[in-house]
Design a binder for this molecule. Structure first.
Ligand SMILES: [Zn+2]
Length: 299
């Protein structure tokens, strides 16, 4: 239990309770990103509990070791392949013959579909067929951040468990991990949307906090270099968000008139940047930045 991320504690308890009461739903949507919210970690912790040969999540027995190394014969993970990460119909069909047999080492079989919204239409239809006649002792976890992209007929068969956690818990965790002020962690979370991406941003880009804190104070060339680097790493829309959030934090240090002008400039450029990319987007970002600097330099 101690190793589980704090925002997963509540869904973890729910899974344990469902299992203890024999109420594990045949199919469930786990709301969150497979990697981005560490849902794989949540499921691993749950299965160690459910599959352990000593019924104690001991971490030592064969079952626990299999779960740890994601090799338990009764735990299947269907994941997207290829450039687009799509989950094809063959991948769903591969699972079907297994369903004829009973689970081999555990009290039940669990099949996880990671980022389930990536199923192609035919994959989704194949899954629906299986869910319509669910085999005994087999459970399905569909992990996705965007359940609206699943077939409505699949959604209606699933119980939803929200595993995304509340922002306050996540910000506290980020702050403890990075020793960075909670308000900056909030900004990173706003920008990147998920705990693991925010952590990557806070640890990979050591200048992140510096730049946010000294938003417009840094000299121009350094700021432009930083923008280029951020753009190369995260894209132009990310830079626009970073600038908007930076401006919001900077707002109490400038006059209302300046804030108004800077905000209007941001809107003006952001509509242009959103319909372009590459070098042109980079130029527009630079132009916006320089226009901001010019406005702020006015007496
Ligand atoms: Zn064990």
């Amino acid at each position: 239990m101690s190793e589980i991320s704090p925002w997963l504690a509540a869904p973890y308890e729910t899974l344990l309770r469902w299992q203890a009461n024999n109420r594990l739903p045949q199919s469930a949507i786990l709301l969150g990103g497979w990697e981005a919210h560490c849902i794989h970690e949540l499921i691993g912790a749950f299965l160690k509990h459910a599959f352990c040969q000593t019924q104690n999540a001991c971490g030592q027995c064969q079952s626990c070791q299999w779960v740890n190394s994601v090799q338990h014969p009764d735990w299947l993970i269907v994941q997207g392949t290829g450039k687009l990460g799509d989950i094809g119909v063959e991948q769903v069909r591969e699972v079907v013959p297994l369903l004829q047999s009973q689970p081999t080492h555990a009290p039940f079989r669990l099949i996880c579909i990671a980022d389930a919204h990536r199923m192609t239409e035919s994959a989704a239809n194949a899954l629906l067929k299986v869910l319509e006649e669910p085999p005994n002792r087999t459970y399905w976890f569909l992990v996705t951040e965007t359940p609206s992209r699943l077939l409505a007929t699949i959604r209606s068969r699933c119980v939803t468990l929200d595993c995304r956690g509340d922002n306050d818990t996540i910000e506290g965790w980020l702050s403890a991990q990075t020793n960075v002020d909670k308000s900056v962690c909030r900004l990173a979370l706003d920008l990147s949307g998920t705990p693991t991406k925010a952590l990557a941003l806070l640890t990979a880009d050591t200048r992140f906090q510096l730049v946010i804190d000294n938003f417009v104070v840094l000299d121009s060339q350094k700021s432009l270099d930083w923008l280029d680097e951020l753009m190369g790493r995260y894209g132009s829309e990310f830079c626009l968000s970073a600038m908007a959030l930076g401006l919001r934090r900077y707002a109490d240090r400038i006059t209302n008139e300046q804030l108004d002008v800077l905000t209007r400039l941001w809107w003006h450029f952001s509509t242009k940047i959103q319909i372009t990319e590459g070098e042109r987007a980079r130029q527009l970002l630079h132009e916006l930045w320089i226009r901001w600097q010019t406005e702020l330099a006015k007496p």
